[in-house]
Design a protein around this ligand. Structure first.
Ligand code: ZN
Length: 292
């Protein structure tokens, strides 16, 4: 038996349920994009009040991990426009729509956030586990979202391919959300992990980065530390999974350099060789502790 209501979500049933049309199960990601109020409470009030007619299944705050659910998974929700005669909200066995409480450029705790990918994504693991339990495949039929721009898939793709979509990809719709997303298919950062974080030595990783990968490979402990760094870079969407191999080669250097630039470093400060601050920031987000 699947749970049609996500067990850890707060239930705010709106009634007004509608049957699905069948076909492969899918999820559709949105952001709330509110110019005035960026809080979960505000969006919850909207979707249970004036915005009932456009409510999704889930409302998720990636900063606090709060999740509310408005419809059971086997009902359509209401955040999509129809595509002509296609009742888009009803496509698939399930079409679970998720509104992320996020606005591009919003400030939280004094820090400005450009994309959902930059947030702590608190609670994402739980959402993904629930979506997988509904049989929603770990794939983006139209590719993962990379920009706030339309990237519409064909109607044939939408009707016949299950998995994950962004609102910007749905035929008959005009929105450009959700913008760049975290990698949903590796385990997401979970700040609630126990205190037994693995350790990564800055010196070991710098050694691996500066030497011929083959030479560094000999140090098996270095290899496992490099792997942790590569997994984190992969989770950030900066390194292809084929290069997550424990070898700090040119692909890893390039990916780490992108990480440094994302933190605001430029020039030789973004050369792909880890420094204490950039590596600590990566470890804080992806569950490892940095030692000297
Ligand atoms: Zn949307």
């Amino acid at each position: 038996m699947v749970d049609l209501w996500m067990p850890s979500a707060t239930r705010h049933a709106l009634g007004n349920e509608g049957a699905m049309d069948g076909g492969p199960a899918r999820a559709v990601w949105h952001i709330t994009s509110n110019s005035k109020d960026w809080t979960f409470t505000n969006e919850l009030g909207w979707f249970t009040g004036g915005g009932k007619a456009v409510a999704p299944h889930l409302l998720w705050d990636p900063f606090t991990g709060q999740i509310a659910q408005f419809f059971p998974a086997d009902s359509r929700s209401l955040s999509l426009e129809n595509d002509g005669s296609v009742r888009t909200n009803r496509t698939g066995k399930y079409c679970v729509q998720i509104e992320i409480v996020f606005t591009a450029g919003e400030t939280v705790g004094g820090k400005k956030y450009a994309t959902v990918r930059d947030t702590p994504c608190k609670g994402l693991d739980g959402i993904m586990a629930w979506l997988r339990s509904l049989g929603i495949a770990d794939t983006w039929p139209g590719g993962p979202p990379t920009a706030f721009a339309r990237d519409t898939v064909s109607l044939d793709t939408w009707l016949h391919q299950g998995g994950h979509y962004g609102h910007h990809q749905i035929p008959g719709n005009s929105h450009v959300d959700p913008g760049p997303m975290p990698n949903l298919f590796t385990s997401a950062p979970s700040p609630s992990k126990p205190a037994t974080k693995p350790k990564v030595s800055l010196a070991h990783v710098v050694y691996a980065a500066k030497h011929d990968p083959a030479a560094a490979q000999g140090h098996t402990s270095y290899k496992s530390e490099v792997l942790l760094v590569e997994k984190a870079l992969h989770a950030e969407g900066l390194l292809d999974s084929q290069w997550v191999d424990g070898s700090y080669g040119s692909k890893t250097i390039g990916a780490y350099s992108s990480w440094q630039r994302r933190l605001g470093y430029t020039g030789s400060d973004a050369d792909g060789i880890p420094g204490k601050t950039s590596l600590t920031r990566l470890g804080d987000k992806h569950g490892f502790t940095v030692t000297s």
